[in-house]
Design a protein around this ligand. Structure first.
Ligand code: CP
Ligand code: NVA
Length: 309
């Protein structure tokens, strides 16, 4: 049985297969094929500790398009806040689900859930990573640029869950990634050790100077400065990250036509200004729509991979 607990669970060819499936399903849908019934009768359970728009709604839409249905439960409703053990919740929920999407604070919770689950488990974001987002970003880049070979993606902002998954995605592909963050907000050392051990040839540049970093960028990417769970640090982060705002001045330091990406939700006026996110080079809503197409590719791939178990 296969899970997607982090991108370290996948090989480069797995990623290629998921993206191919997602793009094929997207093409079919755009051609008017609304229901594929590939996963007829399948049940997807979504169990979230944190709020979500894109992840929850895109997986809901994805499973309906594929002929199945979904159910949602908050961690409180599921009993994850002490009503019973995590292992028991995992055993019970997975016994009547074909896949489970979890959104949690702790990465360890998803790992432990998967240990006791009898169906594939998908990480719908944890404090450590956001694999579905990074896969979607690869899909979007492939659509916009044709391929990823030598593409220069410059992430400006917090070295957080989104940045970490982008770093793994880049290591697995031909994408060249720069993470430009304030000194104390770079990707964590423990993550870099894991990344280098899994992908020894990884080409990842870390820097602190946004204008210099975006000089050769094909794409500039940013995310919120304070992630869910870091609300108390928001005002301090606002001060530290102010020079990292993606605005017209920063985009002017990038080559003409440089694209802009953001996983959303955006804090407009903080990490990005309206003129950039709403500007002609922004691909954020294509990126957001692609969450659903990626979810479909991922679900079909996971079911196929796990069908022999
Ligand atoms: N990008 C993303 O995961 O959005 P949500 O938090 O709304 O799911
Ligand atoms: N880094 C953000 C991503 C939201 C999709 C967070 O964790 O809140």
């Amino acid at each position: 049985m296969r899970h997607l607990i982090s991108l370290f669970d996948l090989s480069t060819s797995d990623v290629g297969a998921i993206l191919d499936l997602a793009l094929e399903l997207k093409r079919n849908l755009k051609a008017g094929e609304r229901r594929h019934a590939i996963l007829e009768g399948h049940v997807l359970t979504q169990l979230f500790e944190k709020p979500s728009l894109r992840t929850r709604a895109s997986f809901d839409a994805a499973i309906v398009h594929l002929g199945g249905s979904s159910q949602f439960m908050s961690s409180k409703e599921a009993g994850l806040e002490g009503r019973e053990s995590l292992a028991d919740v995992a055993r019970v929920v997975s016994s009547f689900s074909d896949a489970v999407v979890l959104r949690t604070f702790s990465q360890k919770l998803i790992e432990e859930f998967a240990e006791h689950a009898s169906c594939p488990v998908i990480n719908g974001l944890s404090d450590d990573c956001h694999p579905c987002q990074a896969l979607t970003d690869l899909l979007t880049l492939r659509e916009v640029f044709g391929n990823l070979n030598g593409l220069k993606l410059v992430y400006v902002g917090d070295g957080n869950n989104v940045a970490a998954s982008l770093a793994v995605a880049a290591a697995m592909t031909e994408l060249e990634l720069t993470v430009c963050a304030p000194e104390s907000y770079q990707l964590p050392e423990s993550f870099l050790t894991q990344l280098k051990s899994a992908w020894p040839d990884v080409r990842l540049v870390q820097s602190t100077d946004p204008k210099q970093a975006v000089g050769q960028a094909d794409v500039v990417y940013t995310d919120v400065w304070a992630s869910m769970g870091q609300e108390e640090e928001a005002s301090e982060r606002k001060r530290v990250f102010a020079p990292y705002q993606v605005n017209a001045e920063l985009m002017a330091a990038a080559p003409d036509g440089c694209k802009f990406m953001h996983d959303l939700p955006a804090r407009r006026g903080l990490e990005v200004t309206d003129d950039v996110i709403d500007g002609p080079n922004s691909i954020v809503f294509q990126q957001a729509e692609n969450r659903m197409h990626l979810a479909k590719g991922l679900l079909v791939w996971l079911m196929k991979e796990s069908s022999g178990d």
